[in-house]
Design a protein around this ligand. Structure first.
Ligand code: B16
Ligand code: MG
Length: 217
């Protein structure tokens, strides 16, 4: 069976969660409440607008629409100061070797991320041109766990959903893959991602026969 791969970005290809954290924390400091790394877990895989809603719930702060818009702009400005300093050394372990294997086997892959900054980040780390297509926060109207992002990814791969394999680090992303009727591979904590069809701590853990196993499914 021909398979195609859809990669999430943050937490799978690169760890940009630490930069999202620094940017949101600065805003929380300005608003006068504490924002911790544990709180930041709730924002993984979630859209920028929804992230702000969660942040304001944590701080029990209510803002006008205009104030929210201005915070969203500042947040992204802070975030961009970190992103524009990124380089290839921030690609997560095993990712490039895995892409090399996909290329060697002729398996195509696209990006399926909630981030509006996804193209910039991929260019910063030098991976942009390797992807057959990019589906990001600019091209979807419904955020994960809605399957929209991955269904558009399947169209770019020109494959039916059941032949698509999604690599995700967030619970919302695994749920989106399931709702899209795709095979899901969790990258990260076994307990957190227990709903995934397969789970690995990182790409370095993926054995050489795994892709063949997916093809034979
Ligand atoms: P932006 P992913 C997601 O990326 C992040 O995990 C999430 O924390 C962030 O809020 C979202 O992108 C939106 O990012 O502000 O750059 O549009 O995991 O879907 O690749
Ligand atoms: Mg992610």
């Amino acid at each position: 069976n021909t398979i195609g791969i859809i990669f999430d970005l943050d937490g799978v290809i690169v760890d940009t969660a630490k930069y999202h954290f620094l940017a949101w924390k600065r805003l929380a400091d300005d608003l006068g409440f504490e924002f911790t790394e544990a709180h930041n877990e709730l924002l993984k895989g979630v859209s920028r607008v929804r992230s702000l809603e969660i942040l304001l719930e944590i701080g029990k702060v209510q803002l006008s629409e205009a104030e929210k818009q201005s915070i969203l702009i500042s947040k992204n400005e802070h975030y961009l100061t970190y992103i524009t300093k990124m380089g290839a050394d921030e690609i997560l372990p095993g990712v490039e070797a895995f892409l090399d294997t996909l290329d060697a086997l002729g398996i195509q892959y696209v990006l399926g991320s909630a981030s509006k900054n996804a193209p910039l980040i991929l260019k910063q780390v030098g991976l942009f041109s390797r992807f057959k297509g990019i589906v990001d926060g600019n091209s979807v109207s419904k955020a994960k766990p809605d399957p929209e992002v991955f269904l558009i990814g399947a169209q770019k791969l020109k494959l039916p959903p059941k032949q698509c394999v999604v690599f995700e680090d967030a619970i919302a992303g695994i749920e989106a893959a399931k709702r899209a009727n795709m095979i899901s591979v969790g990258i990260g904590d076994k307990e957190t991602l227990s709903e995934a069809d397969y789970i690995f701590n990182s790409f370095t853990e993926i054995g050489s026969n795994f892709l063949q196993e997916l093809i034979n499914r």
